[in-house]
Design a protein around this ligand. Structure first.
Ligand SMILES: [Zn+2]
Length: 384
């Protein structure tokens, strides 16, 4: 049993600040109350006790190519199979790839992240490389893999299906680069195989105006419409989604990952976070390619909040941004995760409270040096 006492707890799905003690047994939060401390005691006086952060979209493989390709067009940087990043990934020795991934994983842990969803290139071998990098680092990595055959326009349906089944045996789902590289039938087959296995079918969509336009010219449909028809449940970006796209999307059970810093860095736009929130869409947040961004969710939250207010010239509540990095995630991945309540996984960060507003203290002020402890799956990852 672990007790975290004397802190300000951000309780439940609405992250309500309250002065209670939190009790952990095995992997779970078992009690939140004013009862006396039991077992190992962590004193959180002057601190916020918050759900640990989730980075819902990252390409850890790019850790080897930090800040490469700045200023080049998006296609030239990230489009498979010959974008700059894919060339670098092919040319880098396995040990170097693993070492750079480990660096990024450590960066995430130091920034209060205990769960991440990675879009992993390179087929089965690519997944194994990330698993190796994760071996001695206790974070929850949800790997969304892909096979090279998905990009082969001549591959027949049975090959796509069997390759999808192969990768799903070792992943939490499949993460596709986008409709620029695959056709609708392939997309449908892949999404169907994921859902059959109870896993996550994910894809980048509407990252910029150009891809939306190309999709309409080629098929008469937007990328968002095609993703919905194919059955994807996790859509990444939506930077250039139309109003009608968003309305259609809001009627389905799925989640959207916004990556505003990556969109800003690549000059592709700013995701319509407030519009999607108004429509009731379940929103998550991710730092995207490590080649463009540090995997720091505090930076992502601060940027997301301020750019949303700047873009809409309207107030947007900070707590909704913090939910994107915590409580909204459980629903998207089917785990009791991201909320401090009984029966949820004990993934918790204990952070010095720097300003009077607990939510803004996290979003505007917190740096890794302010995190005094991180717990994942009920185990203390570190304590300062
Ligand atoms: Zn991405």
């Amino acid at each position: 049993m672990i007790t975290i006492q004397n802190g300000t707890l951000l309780y439940g799905k609405n992250l309500l600040p309250m002065g209670k003690n939190l009790f952990i047994q095995d992997h779970e939060i078992v009690e939140i109350s004013e009862c006396q401390a039991r077992g190992k005691v962590i004193d959180a006086k002057g601190c916020l006790v918050a759900p640990a952060l989730v980075n819902s979209h990252i390409h850890l493989g790019d850790s080897v190519a930090r800040d490469v390709g700045d200023g080049e067009p998006l296609d030239k940087i990230v489009k498979p199979p010959d974008g700059i990043k894919h060339r670098i990934l092919r040319e880098t020795p396995r040990e170097d790839l693993i070492r750079s991934m480990k660096d990024s994983l450590q960066d995430m842990v130091q920034c209060g992240i205990t769960t991440f969803l990675d879009f992993r290139e390179g087929g089965v071998d690519g997944v194994e490389i990330l698993r190796e990098a994760l071996e001695d680092i206790h974070v929850r990595g949800l790997i969304l893999g892909r096979q090279d055959s998905f990009l082969d326009k001549n591959a027949d349906k049975s090959k796509i299906v069997s390759d999808a089944q192969e990768i799903l045996k070792i992943t939490h789902g499949i993460g596709l680069s986008g409709f620029g590289e695959i056709d609708d039938e392939t997309a449908r087959n892949i999404a169907r195989e994921c859902l059959k296995e109870g896993k996550i079918p994910a894809i980048h969509v509407a990252e910029n105006e150009k891809v939306q336009q190309q999709s309409k010219e080629l098929t008469g449909k937007t990328e968002v419409e095609r993703a919905l028809e194919a059955g994807f449940k996790l859509l990444v970006h939506l930077t250039s989604a139309s109003t009608s796209d968003l309305e259609k999307l809001s009627k389905q059970e799925l989640s959207v990952v916004c990556c505003p810093r990556a969109n800003g860095a690549l000059s592709t736009g700013i995701p319509p976070i407030k519009t999607m929130w108004d429509l009731g869409i379940n929103l998550l947040l991710g730092t995207d390619n490590v080649m463009i961004n540090s995997p720091n969710m505090f930076s992502e939250m601060e940027y997301a909040l301020k750019v949303t207010r700047g873009l809409t010239q309207k107030y947007f509540a900070p707590v909704e941004i913090l939910k994107m990095a915590t409580v909204n995630v459980g629903k998207a991945i089917g785990l009791n995760l991201g909320s401090l309540e009984e029966g949820y996984l004990a993934d918790i960060m204990i952070v010095e409270q720097i300003s009077r507003d607990p939510i803004l203290s996290l979003i505007n002020r917190t740096q890794s040096k302010n995190i005094i402890g991180v717990i994942t799956d009920g185990k203390i990852l570190y304590q300062r």
